[in-house]
Write a protein that binds this ligand. Sequence first.
Ligand SMILES: Nc1ncnc2c1ncn2[C@@H]1O[C@H](COP(=O)(O)OP(=O)(O)O)[C@@H](O)[C@H]1O
Ligand SMILES: [Mg+2]
Length: 358
Amino acid sequence: MDAVQGVLHQGSRVGRYMVESFLGAGGMGEVYVARDTLLGRQIALKVLPSGCGADRIERFVREAQTSSASNHPSIVSIYDSGVADGMQFLAMELIDGEPLSSWMESHTDVAAGIELMAQVADGLARAHDAGIVHRDLKPSNIMVGRDGRAKLVDFGAAKLTERMPHAGDDDAEVVTARISAVGTPAYMSPEQVDRRPVDHRSDVFSFGTVLYELLARRHPFAVSSFVDTIHNVVHHAPALNAIPRRWRRIVARCLAKDPDERYQSMREIANDLRDFSVEPSPSGVLGGKVRTWLPAIVMAALLFVQLAIIVVARGATAARPLSLTHATTSATATARGGSAFISTQCASAAAPKPTNHA
Ligand SMILES: Nc1ncnc2c1ncn2[C@@H]1O[C@H](COP(=O)(O)OP(=O)(O)O)[C@@H](O)[C@H]1O
Ligand SMILES: [Mg+2]
């Protein structure tokens, strides 16, 4: 038996799952590639090392409940969970890819990063609809598949804000009360580090932290001192100039210290990330509107020049009135995104043609 990282070895059995290789570990458990010997497929097997306290076991069980409560392409699918061979385990979809934390190190394509974050926002929106706050959103808990798809993993810190279908009222309340201080400080919201009540808008803040890191290539709050990091999360407004201009407003709205001033829904964030019409201009003016009108202004100027040329060319003898009807219509169409062709043909065509016979 070859040794692999973690407590389990290649060939170790946890119930019907046989360990093949080590995948990764966070603060909670260890994740392995394993084979489901019953169904004959590879899965990701997360296990809790034996000897863990009741709190961690409870958190582990909750992870299975919360992640399976939100069925979405951007959330890892849970297949099975329980205790086998003395270990708490979670069998889930094996994601062929890497965590966003390492993806960021080797990818600089902003558009690809934005699309990944929009997918994360889609998944969080679904979790929030199901009454679940993730509470530990950070790059190592976002997997990027080789297929370019982002998936949320690790719902171990998730909070139930509504009754779970398979948990009693008492269970749900106990869970909520006991996990009030979990998460990763550098990615926590101000209310989370302050141990105040949190809701889905706490995830909005954490999302903003990840988005900032992805776009600025540096963390907005983290410094070497733990205490200073926490202080920054609560009080520091990070500079936005390292972020491409078009994404600054979105990042700033996610990172508002007051939850009421943040985006109130992940769906709105996903829409804004995918909406290319509100691109700010380099001057900082809301460029979407300027851009929309720009072609019309240019065309109107061109039209004016063309008309001036025609009038000059025809000189004072130009007895025939010049119809602007066609040209004006075309310029209007351009403002709405229509054809941009306005030429002398346009003006000439509108003028009565001399007849050759008669
Ligand atoms: N379903 C999965 N498929 C592939 N890799 C995974 C999967 N789930 C987790 N991992 C890897 O294992 C690491 C730790 O998993 P995670 O669930 O975050 O554990 P922890 O709760 O200990 O933080 C992740 O950062 C990721 O690299
Ligand atoms: Mg994790």
